[in-house]
Design a protein around this ligand. Structure first.
Ligand code: HEC
Length: 99
């Protein structure tokens, strides 16, 4: 009985702990990854500008996973699928500068 109670509290705690980061911040993990990693090249003149391009999310996902000539490939151990999808959705939603 005690064990059962302890483990359900444990589960409730885990569930809360995993929900928190997404709701507590307005910047999601995908955007953070862009700012920490992609921007090092893409906002520094090493790679082309990739925000505001009107590119579909799938383009970001496939180029990030596969690489593209001078662009390194990112494996699942670098960025998981859910975070990469967030990143791609974020980049795809950046306003196009010259419509
Ligand atoms: C080490 C530097 C570097 C990093 C880090 C990097 N890129 Fe790139 N990326 C490049 C370069 C250089 C190119 C141009 C490749 C070429 O055409 O030879 C490129 C091209 C691209 C393109 C195609 C743009 C176009 O106009 O053709 C996309 C999309 C892209 N990168 C997305 C990303 C994303 C998303 C990330 C982060 C997950 C990222 N890149 C991280 C260097 C980088």
């Amino acid at each position: 009985m005690i064990n059962k109670m302890t483990s359900s509290w444990g589960l409730a705690f885990l569930a809360l702990a995993s929900i928190q980061p997404a709701t507590a911040q307005s910047v999601n993990a995908g955007q953070q990854f862009y700012q920490k990693v992609c921007a090092k090249c893409h906002e520094a003149g090493i790679g082309p500008v990739i925000t505001g391009r009107g590119l579909p999310a799938i383009t970001y996902v496939s180029i990030a996973r596969n690489g593209n000539r001078a662009m390194p490939a990112f494996r699942v151990t670098d960025i998981d699928d859910a975070t990469l999808q967030q990143l791609a959705d974020y980049l795809a939603s950046t306003p196009v500068k010259n419509p």
